[in-house]
Design a protein around this ligand. Structure first.
Ligand SMILES: Nc1nc2c(ncn2[C@@H]2O[C@H](COP(=O)(O)OP(=O)(O)OP(=O)(O)O)[C@@H](O)[C@H]2O)c(=O)[nH]1
Length: 260
């Protein structure tokens, strides 16, 4: 068989460097560090990119998948930097990026009945590496429930309440548990959201939330103070979005802090 032409390696004459090129949306089994079980197996959607010098027509897409295959069961936060290093080497790139989105599962007890259910949280690990820098960001999305303080104050009966999402991103010194971030956020809401509630729990959660009304501003401020206290965290952003039950729009608040 005659040699197959390597179109990707042909020159390009437009003098335009590409910032990110690679593969997007590949589903792959990964393992994530779990505070109780050691390791949790889950499935991630992965994006992998490198930069491409102006003189090459294309990158070598198959090499990204080859790297994933080589790391196979060892794709977790402690290996991300090795994967990025390998991407830079094998694709002769200055900068490599990886984005891993995955559900992380935690067992959660109902507050009164103690009934246990599994709660899935959307998480992301974003990693980048260049010649003189490396960057790792951990992101968690935590569903919460809030009772509106204004509605509670002005209404003769009840108060409107809703499910919201808090999205926290952190940069850290050595390591931070996903569970720790989730627990921080859940303490900063009118109530956490539970996977399984019996009637006794429902009464407790409803009354507890009514006694702890929160605006989105209260939520991001509470999370901000706790993340500021945490010595392991060097940078963070927190956003809260409430899917308002009586308004036709969402309420939103955001804080970003660089602690260095
Ligand atoms: N660069 C690039 N490749 C693409 C694209 N769409 C599909 N491909 C295909 O991805 C395939 C894998 O590319 P390579 O990794 O360069 O394959 P290869 O040359 O056999 O592998 P190496 O010898 O490691 O370079 C090729 O068959 C490309 O045609 C695209 O938009 N850009």
């Amino acid at each position: 068989m005659s040699e197959l032409k390597d179109v990707q390696s042909l020159p390009d004459y437009r003098q335009i460097e590409i910032d990110k090129v690679g593969i997007k949306g590949i589903r792959y089994p990964v393992s994530v560090l779990d505070r109780h079980k050691g390791i949790q197996h889950t499935i991630a959607e992965i994006n992998m990119y490198v930069d491409l010098p102006h003189h090459f027509k294309g990158t070598h897409m198959s090499r990204f998948v080859e790297i994933l295959n080589e790391f196979r069961h060892e794709i977790h936060i402690k290996k991300i930097l090795c994967i990025l290093q390998e991407m830079r080497k094998r694709l002769t790139a200055k900068v490599a990026h990886i984005e891993m989105s995955f559900p992380f599962f935690m067992e959660k007890e109902a507050p009164v009945s103690k009934a246990v259910g599994l709660m899935g949280y959307n998480c992301r690990i974003l990693g980048s590496m260049g010649e003189n820098f490396r960057d790792l960001v951990l992101e968690v999305e935590v569903p919460i429930m809030t009772v509106c303080p204004c509605s509670k104050e002005i209404s003769a009966k009840g108060a409107h309440n809703q499910r919201g999402i808090v999205r926290v991103k952190v940069r850290f010194k050595k390591f931070i548990w996903i569970e720790e971030l989730i627990e921080i956020v859940e303490k900063c809401a009118s109530s956490p959201v539970y996977p399984l509630l019996k009637r006794t729990d429902e009464k407790f959660v409803t009354e507890w939330a009514y006694d702890h009304p929160m605006f989105v501003e209260d939520v991001v401020r509470e999370v901000c103070s706790r993340l500021t206290e945490n010595q392991e965290i060097t940078w963070f952003s927190v956003e809260a979005e409430n899917f308002e039950s009586i308004h036709a729009h969402n309420a939103y608040a955001f804080i970003e802090r660089n602690k260095n």
